[in-house]
Design a protein around this ligand. Structure first.
Ligand SMILES: Cc1ncc(C[n+]2csc(CCOP(=O)(O)OP(=O)(O)O)c2C)c(N)n1
Ligand SMILES: [Mg+2]
Length: 649
């Protein structure tokens, strides 16, 4: 709008825009929120005189930014003032960490770049956790970090901190606007870099640089065409697969992120009749309703997947860095097939062969997971038939027997600690709750899960038939991720239900954003698992620290979290009966259509699933006399908290 105006006024003439400001401002404010009509074509793509704030905002618009998350601050207010005229929504939140998580959730479901912006100094330090989480989720976001003015930088003025070192290890690229006249160029570059490198980029802008003016050209987005990878490696991979007797596909986040990635993985799997496992917390990388689906590997994953990949002679790893945490032994099964040949398709050259070194006969492919899968399938479709097509029945029967055994075990796990629920009427078995939620989950839901025991166990109970549906906290593993991520997802895809699973401990970090949901009209559902403990950490104390619960038991106010939600203007329901779980989720997700945010507080027992870090924990053996009583010789025999099933007085 504004750029069009500058064009009409004569783009090539040097004139003072300031003289026209009053009229421009009257006109732009009458067209607030016209994002539906704003197009890249509206951006000033020919040289025009504009203020630096205009250059910044025009560059955002040219990159098709329509939403930003943050908290208002004077540092960027001159540009914020014209966001509405450019069709850019500013979602005003309660904490900048959550703004970064919202940008992350927004990007993960839409495939676009998420954007967060905040005040220099404290607003920016609050971003750090959110940006780190996005880094390990491989999410393209641009964290815009206005910084202290250049006139006083280094003197310790107001809200000053060195903002570049803060993000050094958690961004793909740091773009510092080093000259105010390069505002548009560098803003645009930051967005190109986020998409190119699939991760967070910092755009650091000294606050005084928003002022001033210059003749600027707004760059167009620089979109790089992705490739399947090197021809020789792809051909080698195809031959390896052609001769494999038991190939197993491992689909990761790169399959979700690639355009048509899941369809390409399905086509390859169907052709080979190869079973497909998904990587840790990427349950949406392959449709669960496909008979070749085996479920996720890794923490609280499916034994079907672990027992299947264990016997592979070739692992076709599509779109994954093969992260170390995601392939740790689970349930006592050291499932990674050490003698299998490995084909790793990974778009980031730095992560090919990094975790699982490639040895003789293995193939590393630096390419797009979807394009690589398509390319390999095309090669396999001509020439000799793959060997594995001759033993399909036998292979798939084996998978089926693993599946039947695991499903039966899941049922039995759900009953194992029923006694605790019987002892405390109104308290439900967490696994039974997760099963009811799984059954009631709307087909097209976007589900974000937090870090915690109930959420981690949910990894075994969340199945998706379409990509860009599962937003788990991934390997940065910070409590407080899920709710804001679900909110960001809802902003990106308002027609899909957005659901967050959150533990009661983590909920204390996120519940402030219920205010944002109500104020900004972002109807979201949070399922809060109230087990009265920081359960995942308590599990470590159960197993290795003699049931000494230092800092892990919680007590909540009488109102409950549902009551707190209601006092914030949202809906709040408390679930104390297993039969109510499914209906509550259905009602809450349905109510999103009426703009309502609902907190479904589920009262559960203190039952805890597997521990997070069996690989990283050691029984305590202290030397000093005064600590001798804390030494432990063995893990807890019960594996459950001693207060499981104990009725509170
Ligand atoms: C920001 C942050 N602080 C601390 C931790 C350590 N931590 C991991 S899981 C967990 C307990 C989570 O408790 P809750 O949210 O109640 O879920 P539960 O385990 O009880 O299901 C904690 C404190 C973390 N991962 N992130
Ligand atoms: Mg808890």
């Amino acid at each position: 709008m504004l750029s069009k105006m500058s064009k009409n006024l004569g783009a090539h003439r040097l004139y003072s825009l300031h003289a026209k400001r009053a009229a421009a401002s009257r006109s732009v404010h009458s067209s607030v929120q016209r994002k539906d009509t704003y197009t890249t074509e509206g951006a000033a793509t020919e040289p025009a005189l504009m203020t630096n704030s205009e250059a910044f905002v025009e560059a955002l618009a040219a990159q098709k930014v329509d939403t930003t998350f943050g908290i208002v601050g004077s540092a960027f207010m001159d540009s914020l003032d014209i966001f509405p005229s450019a069709g850019i929504r500013f979602v005003s939140v309660q904490h900048e960490q959550n703004a970064a998580h919202m940008a992350d959730g927004y990007a993960r479901v839409s495939g676009k770049t998420g954007v967060c912006i905040a005040q220099n100094g404290p607003g920016i330090t609050n971003f750090v956790t959110g940006v780190a989480a996005a880094y390990w989720a491989h999410t393209p976001i641009v964290a815009i970090t206005p910084e202290a003015g250049t006139a006083t930088k280094g003197l310790g003025g107001f809200q000053e901190t060195d903002q570049l070192p803060l993000f050094e290890g958690i961004t793909k690229e740091q773009v510092h606007v080093c000259n105010p006249n390069r505002m548009a160029e560098m803003t645009s570059y930051a967005f190109d870099a986020a998409q190119r490198d699939n991760g967070p980029v910092q755009l650091n802008i000294p606050r005084d640089y928003y002022y001033g003016e210059s003749v600027t050209t707004i760059p167009r987005p620089n979109v790089l065409e992705r490739s399947a990878g090197g021809e020789a490696s792809l051909a080698q991979a195809a031959e390896l697969i052609r001769n494999a007797k038991n190939p197993v596909i491992l689909a990761g986040g790169g399959v979700v992120a690639a355009k048509g990635g899941v369809d390409a993985a399905v086509a390859l799997a169907d052709f080979l009749q190869a079973p497909v496992c998904t990587t840790y917390l990427h349950n949406d990388a392959f449709p669960a309703n496909n008979k070749l689906w085996c479920g996720p590997l890794g923490y609280c994953g499916h034994k079907t997947a672990m027992n299947t990949i264990k016997d592979a002679d070739v692992v076709i790893a599509l779109g994954t860095r093969l992260g170390p945490f995601g392939t740790n032994p689970q349930y006592g099964i050291d499932y990674w097939p050490k003698n299998a040949k490995l084909i790793q398709v990974e778009v980031d050259p730095k992560r090919v062969g990094r975790v699982k070194p490639l040895t003789d006969g293995d193939v590393g492919i630096c390419g797009d997971a979807g394009l690589a899968a398509k390319n390999i399938l095309a090669k396999l479709s001509s020439g000799a038939a793959p060997q594995c097509q001759s033993n399909v029945t036998e292979r798939l029967q084996k998978v089926e027997s693993h599946r039947v055994a695991w499903e039966a075990e899941m049922e039995q796990l759900g009953q194992a600690n029923q006694f605790a629920a019987d002892a405390e009427p109104g308290r439900l078995v967490p696994r039974q709750v997760l099963r009811e939620l799984e059954k009631a989950m709307p087909e097209n839901a976007m589900v974000a899960t937090d870090i915690g025991n109930s959420c981690s166990v949910s990894n075994g109970y969340l199945r998706f038939n379409q990509p860009r549906s599962y937003l788990a906290a991934m390997t940065f593993g910070n409590c407080g991720y899920a709710f804001p991520a679900a909110m960001g997802a809802k902003v990106a895809c308002p027609d899909r239900p957005a659901v967050a699973y959150v533990g009661d401990g983590a909920w204390g970090m996120s519940l402030n954003e219920v205010l944002t949901c109500v104020r900004e009209g972002i109807p979201t559902t949070a399922v809060v698992f109230n087990n009265r403990q920081w359960g995942a950490e308590k599990k470590n104390q159960v197993l290795w620290f003699g049931d000494r619960y230092v800092g892990t038991n919680l007590q909540h106010p009488e109102t409950g979290f549902a009551g707190i939600a209601r006092s914030m203007g949202a809906e709040g329901v408390t679930i104390t009966n297993i039969d109510e779980v499914g209906d509550a989720l259905r009602a809450a997700t349905e109510a999103q259509k009426d703009g309502k945010t609902t907190i479904v507080e589920v009262c559960t027992t203190r039952e805890l699933g597997d521990p997070f870090r069996r690989d990283a924990m050691v029984l305590p053996q202290r030397h000093l006399a005064k600590y001798q009583s804390t030494n432990r010789e063995a893990e807890s025999e019960t594996q459950q908290p001693v207060d499981l099933g104990v009725v509170a007085k």
